[in-house]
Design a binder for this molecule. Structure first.
Ligand code: GDP
Ligand code: IMO
Ligand code: MG
Length: 429
């Protein structure tokens, strides 16, 4: 039974939530393996919209959902999400949702430091989501994180928080001139979260291994996108985790032989929220039209997303970095009405043609996209369910994307709804 990883190929918000929700129908388990509530994954089912930040997007299909050790979890946000989904009649109990005992907890000081840092950076800020993601991963790497396993024993938790806060408060007060945090308040607050969350905490690696051996099918849900990866993205304008497919294994505790395919989600154009390089960004009426038609506002922070043409230099990068076996093109409907659609296939750097994304951001800043222009279409395609019924120019566009990325398209999304999809090859069936 194939286990498949779903990954964003660009800078996030490619439509991962919609596709995970759709494909979850044929999965037994949906597992998140990295990130935190910086993610905002949207699902639209029978006209109802759900946005999940932490709970895997398989929950609406009633599947078992797993929060892996690779995540950083804000317990208040998780509980809010659990309650919100439960109010809608969705089972989010410990029989459906599991949290790794090794996942790290986002603490109030992580959020305070994230925001204080961004403020201090002024114009040089990264434009983080302010959710404490970077400072939490930083504590994980420097071995002073707090994990779910620590929530189980009150004495351990108490001592750990007091020791860490001693240092954090010094940093907050002396370096940022920011308010300090009262350890008693944090301990009280987190004890309340523990009462509700401890029943969800388990050894995810063991449970997934057992499920896989029983022949259950796992869908791994990536968050963010390949170019926000801490190693392979546009550093330092990235998030603080590995977003690429290989991390699906270490982020839940299974070996690579259990992964059988990787689907890369490609928005039919490009968006980015937050700061950082974006070679094909549009600053004209076309960019505004795409932003408006695509309703490109962040699902987490509500920020306006920057918009531009499809950049196949970065998609090719994602094909290699993730070992993509297939592509999912989303939001194809949004390009309808454009007379001409441009696709970037290389960069021009001072007269030299570059086919790979440069690591040095000073070089990226001087790169001009090399575009090819394709004819657009006017038809509304949201009701189309077969590739051959798409307007000829939409088919041409898709065929060109396949050529430029040397990767087949498995799914085409033509609207936000679960059903507004053309499935050419379902990797789970
Ligand atoms: P994710 O973070 O990758 O899950 O993506 P987001 O949910 O942040 O952003 C994608 C947005 O596009 C959401 O509002 C989706 O409802 C919407 N969306 C997804 N697929 C399509 C599509 O094919 N067409 C249109 N018009 N909207 C889509
Ligand atoms: P999904 O899963 C788009 C961006 C932030 C910022 C940078 C670092 O919905 O695709 P962080 O808070 O992670 O330290 O911010 O990463 N970012 C995202 N952009 N979609 C996301 O998630 C993102 N998660 C983080 O805007 O530029
Ligand atoms: Mg999103």
């Amino acid at each position: 039974m194939p286990n498949i990883v779903i990954i964003g190929t660009q800078w996030g918000d490619e439509g991962k939530g919609k596709i995970v929700d759709l494909l979850a129908e044929n999965a037994d388990i949906v597992a998140r393996f990295q990130g935190g509530n910086n993610a905002g994954h949207t699902m639209v089912v029978e006209g109802q919209k759900f946005i999940s930040h932490l709970v895997p997007s398989g929950i609406l299909q009633g599947k078992h959902c797993v929060i892996g050790n690779g995540l950083v979890v804000d317990p208040a946000v998780l509980l809010k999400e659990i309650d919100y989904l439960a109010e809608k009649g969705i089972n989010t109990g410990p029989d459906k949702l599991k949290i790794s005992e090794k996942a790290h907890l986002i603490m109030p000081y992580h959020k305070a430091i994230d925001n204080a840092r961004e403020q201090k950076k002024g114009d040089n800020k990264i434009g983080t989501t302010g959710r404490g993601i970077g400072p939490c991963y930083e504590d994980k790497a420097t071995r002073r994180g707090v994990r779910f396993v620590d929530l189980i024993d009150e004495t351990v938790f108490d001592e750990r928080v007091r020791t860490i806060l001693d240092e954090k408060n010094f940093y907050l007060k002396q370096y940022f001139n920011a308010p300090t945090i009262d350890p008693d308040q944090v301990i009280d607050e987190y004890k309340r979260y523990a009462e509700r969350l401890v029943p969800y905490v388990t050894n995810v690696s063991v449970e997934l291994d057992q499920a896989i051996h029983k022949g259950e099918q796992v869908l791994f849900e990536g968050a963010q996108g390949t170019h926000l990866d801490i190693d392979h993205g546009t550093y330092p304008f990235v998030t603080s985790s590995n977003t690429v497919s290989a991390n699906a294994c270490s982020g839940v505790g299974i070996g690579p032989r259990h992964i059988h395919g990787v689907l890369g989600i490609v928005k039919a154009y490009t968006t980015r929220v937050g700061a950082g390089p974006f070679p094909t960004e549009l600053f004209d009426a076309v960019g505004d039209a795409i932003q408006e038609k695509g309703a490109e506002f962040g699902a987490t922070t509500g920020r306006r997303r920057r918009c531009g043409w499809l950049d196949t230099v970065i998609v090719r990068n994602a094909v290699r970095l993730n070992g993509l076996t297939g592509l999912v093109i989303t939001k194809l409907d949004v390009l309808g009405g454009q007379e001409v659609i441009k696709v970037c296939n290389a960069y021009d750097y001072k007269g030299e043609t570059l086919s790979e994304f440069p690591t040095d951001l000073k070089i990226v800043a001087d790169c001009k996209p090399v575009y090819e222009s394709l004819p657009g279409w006017d038809e509304d395609i949201r009701d189309i369910r077969r590739r051959e019924d798409l307007p000829e120019n939409a088919r041409r566009y898709l065929a060109r994307v396949e050529e430029l990325t040397e990767t087949p398209i498995d799914i085409i999304s033509v609207g936000p709804g679960r059903q507004e999809t053309i499935v050419l090859n379902n990797p789970l069936t």
